[in-house]
Every structure is written in C-alpha cells, then in structure tokens.
Design a binder for this molecule. Structure first.
Ligand SMILES: Cc1cc2nc3c(=O)[nH]c(=O)nc-3n(C[C@H](O)[C@H](O)[C@H](O)COP(=O)(O)OP(=O)(O)OC[C@H]3O[C@@H](n4cnc5c(N)ncnc54)[C@H](O)[C@@H]3O)c2cc1C
Length: 469
C-alpha cells in the first residue's frame, strides 16, 4: 500500500495547506486571523450569540426546565414569546428572542434502547457527539451524520440537518417517534401511528410547534469507515460524481473557487480489523484554518489569487483515513464562518454546482472558501428540504469576518433558478411567498402550527416572515 505522507483529519486541510504554502512561496507573507471581541451585556442583561456570531440577542429570561413536569407548568403559566435553543449552531435567526429563551440541556442522554428494532429514545438536548459515544458503547451506530457533531438532537432535526449519501435521509428521516409539549402544556406522543399529522410536521419544525422533550431514532449496528479523498481536475471530478451518486454509500465534494479542481471524498464501510490495521496519528485541528490564513494573504496581495488557486490543488495527494463512524463524521470546526445552503433536485445538482463555480470565476467574486456538495435521499416530512425530492445540497461560506452578503445573494439567484430549497438553519432571504410554492404541504403545516400555537408564542421576528399572520 502507498505510504501517505500526511496524517490527516481531512484532505481539505492538506488542500488549504498546499494553497497557503503556494501563497507563502509567492508572497513571502502570511497573516493570522484578527481576534474578535464578542457582544457586551446591556443593563446587566447578558447577550446570547450563535456559533457563527452573526446572531445576537438579549433574552429577558433564560429557562432550563428540570424535567417534563417543570416544562409543562412553565408553558402553562407563560403567555409571552418562547424560543427553544439547542447548541446555537444555526446561522439563520431561528433562535433570537428578547423574551424567554428555553434550553433543553437538562433533557440529556439515552433513555431507552430497543435492541430488537434498533431504536433508541434520547433526551432532546443530547449533543450528537455524546449520542455517538453512547451508541458506539452499545455496539450501535447512527445511520448518517452531519459533518460536525456538536448540535443537539432536537436542534438538528428541527432543520432537517443532514450528512451525505443519496441512499440516506437526513437525521429527521430516521426519527420514528417524538414527544412534543405544546404551548397549552399538552404532551403529545407522535409517531406514524399516533398523532401522525403532528409527526409529519414536527420532524422538521424550526422550533415553531412546541418543545420537543425526547426523540426516538432508528439506528443500526456499529460500523467502521474508510474515507478516501482525491483532488481531481473539474471535468474528471464531475464525471466521477455522476457515477458515484447512486453507487457510493456516502460521498461528498468540495469545489475550489477560482480553480479547476474539485476534492472528491468517498466513504466505504470496512471491517473493524481493516480499520484497526490502518490507524494513524490524527491531528484534530480545523480543516479551514489554512484557508483562513490564505484568505488573509490574498487580502494583502489579491493579484496572487488565481495563481495560488490553480497551482496549489495540483500538489494535493490522495488521502485515506479509517475509523468508527462517529470518529470519521465528527469534524472539528473552530474557524467561524457564515453559510448559505440550498438543496436542488439531485439530478440538477451538478449543473447547479457548475454554475456556482463558473459564476464565482466569471464575476471575479473574492472568495476562496471551498463550496460543499452533498447528495441526500428523499423523505415525506412536510417542511424538509428533501420532501418527495432527493436532493443535492450546495453550501457556500465565507469567514465570519469577511463580507458574505453580496456573494450569497449572487449564489441565491442561481439556486432560485433551480427551484432550490434553503436549509432552514443557514442564511437565506426567503419568506412565506416563496416557501408556499416550494413546499406542497405548506398550508397543512401552517394550519397545524396555528392549531398548536394559537397565541403565536413560538414565533420570533424571523419566523414572522415565514409564518406571517
Ligand atoms: C460548524 C457547523 C457545521 C454544520 N454542519 C451541518 C451539516 O453537516 N449538515 C447540516 O444539515 N447542517 C449543518 N449545520 C447546521 C446545523 O446542523 C443546524 O442549523 C442545526 O439546526 C443546529 O442545531 P442546534 O442544536 O445548534 O440548534 P439551534 O441552532 O440552537 O436551534 C435550531 C432550531 O431548533 C429549535 N429547537 C432546539 N431545541 C428544540 C427543542 N427541544 N424543541 C423544539 N425546538 C427546538 C430552535 O428553536 C431552532 O428553531 C452546521 C452548522 C455549523 C455551525
């Protein structure tokens, strides 16, 4: 077997490092990210901010109910606005409120495991990383995972958070039951057999229906993965991606702006023995670190961008990594960024991806952050981006301290031409007018929402634009 030079967390890091090295060679300079200071408290009220730092609010009250009984009385007694918060990993303004912010952090851990059906019931506030560890310890695994594991379970399903692989659904797709407490304090058990309409709506609910206390998930036996990453010239990558769409289990790609290269990452299931035999020392830093350094260099010397982006990728070697599913899927993201993601029909994915990359080049958009491309299987959840349509999710990012608005608007116009549906937890400019066309079950969801929350207690300013009166 080829002896690879780098131990790695992810080949993207090698790509960033190669690009940064090319830039350093060409310019002889580099620039560390500037430190940022967070929001300040106002009149003694502490600020809340999300992971990216682009959403800040000053909740008058912060509640953390101890158990279901405490949650029920809190909801029965409250008449003001309430927003649930998970891990604050949404970029869109789903969470901000200046009234009550409610954390379900005390509803944590695995409550029940049915080893026969391989279903687990988990507290809504459980972080995905903790869930992964608990499942692995029981010889079980989640069927698919997003690219980080720091979200809470209820927060992740609220936005149809997904991983990659057209043979797999989003996390919401694997929910087989959940408990929802309504504004009136009613406790609803929901599944395909009980409160089916609420179940179909609540599996992707953007925090607009009530508070979820627990979630039952379909899981599987524990498994091991080999991740193989290869930098390919654009046309070769597109050909491979089309072939891999249905053939490969999990697969994703990163298009490098202003370059003719795409990093293609495939995941294949392997035996524990093969995984153990191929362990290497891991460096667990953030893959985007080198790209951040590079962005600083290019800011200082913009004329370097096209040379760096075309030379750097050619020096990236094939990379392989082995491990348990929860180690391979859970990446570290310390470098903050803003993100927009749209899902288009799977069969339109490559055409849309190509248009995104071409537009960045043609319009000379000042961005080097890789464009992420993933396939996801369809589901039957009313407001899921994958409702009755297998999707290709395309994500554009920029570092949190770099401008993103004009870039994202340009990209959004492309996604609109492909009837894209925005990720609920990421930045977008859509309102009810567009959503009512994009989602066939829009009215059913709205009616159900109004029935469960007639006083609009779960509606914040952002949701006013999505569910206006
Ligand atoms: C670094 C990073 C990487 C990411 N990677 C991916 C990825 O690979 N794939 C992907 O699809 N997305 C990804 N996302 C987006 C993220 O998964 C979603 O925005 C997700 O919803 C965030 O979960 P959270 O626990 O942080 O919830 P929050 O952002 O805190 O809340 C999200 C929504 O859930 C609601 N909510 C939370 N808890 C409850 C509850 N108990 N009951 C009712 N409603 C509740 C909130 O009110 C809100 O509407 C990423 C985000 C970041 C910052």
């Amino acid at each position: 077997m080829k002896n690879f030079k780098l131990t790695r967390r992810d080949a993207l890091k090698a790509t960033g490092a190669s690009l940064a090295a090319s830039a350093a060679l060409t310019s002889g300079c580099s620039e560390a990210p500037k430190s940022v200071s967070g929001p300040k408290s106002i009149n003694g009220v502490m600020p809340w901010s999300n992971w990216a730092g682009n959403q800040v609010c000053y909740p008058a009250e912060r509640m953390r109910p101890r158990n279901e009984e405490a949650l029920v009385s809190l909801l029965r007694e409250s008449s003001g606005k309430i927003r649930a918060v998970g891990a604050g990993h949404s970029f869109s303004a789903l969470v901000p409120t200046d009234e009550t912010m409610l954390s379900m952090a005390r509803f944590r851990g695995v409550k029940d495991i049915n080893y026969e059906t391989k279903e687990v019931t988990v507290g809504a506030g459980t972080r995905l990383a903790a869930l992964g560890d608990a499942l692995a310890a029981e010889g079980l695994g989640m069927i698919n995972m997003p690219d980080v594991n720091t979200q809470s379970l209820a927060g992740a399903i609220a936005t149809s958070t997904h991983g990659t692989g057209q043979k797999f659904g989003s996390l919401s797709h694997y929910v087989t039951g959940l408990t929802l407490v309504t504004a009136a304090g009613d406790v609803l058990k929901c599944s395909a057999l009980e409160n089916k309409d609420v179940f179909d709506a609540a599996r992707c609910n953007i925090g607009s229906l009530g508070i979820i206390t627990d979630v039952t998930l379909q899981v599987r036996d524990n498994y091991y993965l080999k991740e193989r990453s290869e930098m390919l010239p654009l046309e070769e990558a597109f050909e491979k991606m089309e072939k891999m769409r249905l053939a490969k289990q999990h697969f994703e790609a990163y298009g490098l702006p202003h370059s003719n290269h795409v990093l293609v990452i495939e995941f294949s299931e392997v035996s524990k023995e093969e995984s153990d035999a191929n362990q290497k020392e891991e460096n667990s830093s953030d893959v985007y670190e080198s790209f951040r350094t590079l962005a600083g260099v290019i800011e200082a010397a913009p004329f370097l961008r096209s040379a760096v982006m075309s030379i750097g990728p050619r020096t990236v070697e094939i990379e392989e990594r082995y491990g348990a599913w929860n180690e391979i899927f859970g990446n570290v993201r310390d470098i903050r960024f803003n993100e927009m993601e749209y899902t288009v029909a799977a069969e339109d994915g490559l055409a849309c991806f190509r248009e995104v990359l071409d537009t960045i080049k043609e319009k000379n958009i000042d961005v080097i952050f890789p464009i992420e491309f993933r396939y996801i299987g369809e589901d039957d959840i009313w407001l899921s981006q994958f409702y009755k349509r297998a999707g290709a999710a395309i994500s554009v990012h920029n570092f949190h301290d770099k401008p993103h608005k004009a870039y994202f608007s340009e990209m959004e116009a492309i996604f609109d031409r492909f009837q894209g549906r925005p990720h609920w937890g990421k930045l977008h400019n859509k309102t009810e007018k567009e959503f009512s066309v994009l989602y066939p079950q829009w009215n059913a969801f709205k009616e159900l929402r109004q029935r469960l929350d007639p006083e609009r207690q779960f509606i914040n300013q952002h949701l006013e634009t999505i569910f206006p009166v």
